[in-house]
Design a protein around this ligand. Structure first.
Ligand SMILES: Cc1cc2nc3c(=O)[nH]c(=O)nc-3n(C[C@H](O)[C@H](O)[C@H](O)COP(=O)(O)OP(=O)(O)OC[C@H]3O[C@@H](n4cnc5c(N)ncnc54)[C@H](O)[C@@H]3O)c2cc1C
Length: 401
């Protein structure tokens, strides 16, 4: 990857190179890794710490693939972040990004996509509207029965999530950052943090501390987060397409989202590991450390039932593999990016809520600019809003839409 190209891109913004500040970042998932990298590129002395490693199998970033798309209903802030995210992923992602476009199929109301259209147009993203007949011609492998409206987002695709966490950590280290494999115990802060004790008895001294601990953030800061990060159990299944068929590969099939009573989405077979199908409905509350990571017979049965209607050729396709992963849901589905209320040199970042991966380069940039240049963080991401919010329904559907 061209670290220089990324450095030129990150030079944008208000953060001034800051050579003296020492920052400890806990969590080398998508959010912490990118935060550490931005801080380092802007001159800070950064130590990145993770107990399981970047993109480890228990982490929310630990799945094979994640979708990047700019349609976010009327949440302009996220569409803007995606535009910036594409710029920041570009010099880093290389072969770990595959552009496929995203096909949005609606069995009923398509207000979520419709409300995004003016925003996307304004930001320069192209969205096509297809008739059912046109879509069926383009994608003969899909049965569009019951689908009333179809949109195609041209600039969208697939990021290889766990690989990219490793790439970001490696670039960070190459740029002079320090990485440590260690566990950090739960915190109970009553004032500024002076030193970070690690479970192995050692400690890291810094001026600023960032905690980007994904589904574990609530366990680390029970007094502050207090149930505001709710990890849920999500199953992801990979089915093996028929031998010799390229109909489920990028180029022939985009990322797709099927808006019905449930929201089911999927990813074409980008790397030979299979055709991905996932149900975005929030699963049961899940402990990210001890929760059982075996896909359920019921999940497989339900996926096959879905496939037999929408992708009939795959109804009996062999199951290649499955993943059980934790969404890290905030109450309104919005991110969390704020200072600890009692420790002003401590920042808490998380709440990716099943849609955070794509945004992580921008989350890192916002955090670095807030720390180094005092740049204000959007109100939507602050901790004090958490008391007021209602539940957001799904990754793709906001209460605001
Ligand atoms: C099934 C699934 C599908 C998803 N699909 C998409 C998608 O299509 N598009 C999209 O944009 N997003 C998607 N997401 C969401 C996205 O993956 C997450 O929002 C994002 O990866 C969260 O990153 P994070 O860095 O906050 O958390 P994590 O990746 O969980 O990273 C937290 C890190 O902190 C470390 N850590 C935790 N506690 C400690 C401790 N005490 N001491 C030391 N280290 C610690 C962990 O080891 C971990 O590495 C999906 C998520 C899931 C689960």
């Amino acid at each position: 990857m061209a670290a220089g190209a990324l450095a030129r891109r990150t030079a944008r913004g208000d953060a001034r190179p800051h050579t003296k500040l020492r920052v400890a970042v806990v969590g080398a998932g998508a959010f912490g890794g990118w935060t550490a990298l931005h801080l380092r590129l802007l001159g800070a002395d950064v130590t990145l710490i993770d107990s399981g490693g970047p993109g480890n199998e228990l982490a929310s970033s630990g799945g094979r693939t994640r979708v990047i798309r700019a349609i976010y209903g009327s949440d302009r802030i996220y569409s803007e972040m995606v535009k910036r995210a594409f710029e920041l992923w570009k010099p880093v992602a290389g072969r770990f990004y595959v552009e496929t476009g995203a096909l949005w199929m609606h069995r009923g109301d398509d207000a979520y996509v419709r409300s995004a259209l003016p925003i996307l147009k304004d930001l320069g993203f192209i969205v096509d509207k297809f008739t059912v007949a046109e879509a069926a011609r383009r994608y003969p492998q899909i049965d569009f029965k019951g689908v009333k409206s179809i949109y195609f987002e041209r600039k969208a695709g697939v990021l290889s999530a766990r690989d990219l966490c490793g790439v970001v950590r490696d670039v960070f280290v190459k740029e002079g950052g320090a990485y440590r494999g260690a566990k950090v115990p739960p915190q109970n802060l009553r004032g500024p943090m002076k030193s970070l004790s690690l479970a192995d008895g050692s400690h890291v001294d810094a001026d600023v501390y960032v905690f980007a601990c994904g589904p574990w953030l609530g366990q680390l800061f029970r007094d502050v987060i207090d149930g505001s990060i709710r990890p849920t159990r999500q199953e992801v299944l990979y089915f093996r397409p028929p031998a010799g068929s390229d109909r489920y590969r990028p180029g022939k099939l985009p990322v797709w989202i099927d808006f019905g009573q449930r929201i089911v989405y999927g990813i074409p077979d980008v790397d030979g590991s299979g055709f991905k199908v996932a149900d975005d409905t929030r699963g049961e509350v899940f402990d990210p450390t001890t929760g059982k990571r075996v896909v359920s017979d019921e999940g497989v049965r339900r996926a096959r039932q879905f496939l037999s209607g929408r992708f009939p050729e795959l109804a009996k396709a062999p199951l290649a593999s499955g993943e059980v992963c934790a969404y890290e849901n905030s109450p309104d589905g919005n991110l969390i990016l704020d200072r600890h209320p009692a420790a002003r040199n401590v920042w808490l970042i998380g709440g990716g809520s099943g849609h955070g991966f794509k945004l992580s380069p921008v989350v890192g940039e916002m955090t670095a600019q807030a720390i180094l240049a005092g740049k204000e963080v959007p109100k939507t991401f602050r901790l004090d809003r958490l008391k007021k919010v209602e539940k957001r329904k799904t990754q793709f559907e906001s209460k605001k839409d």
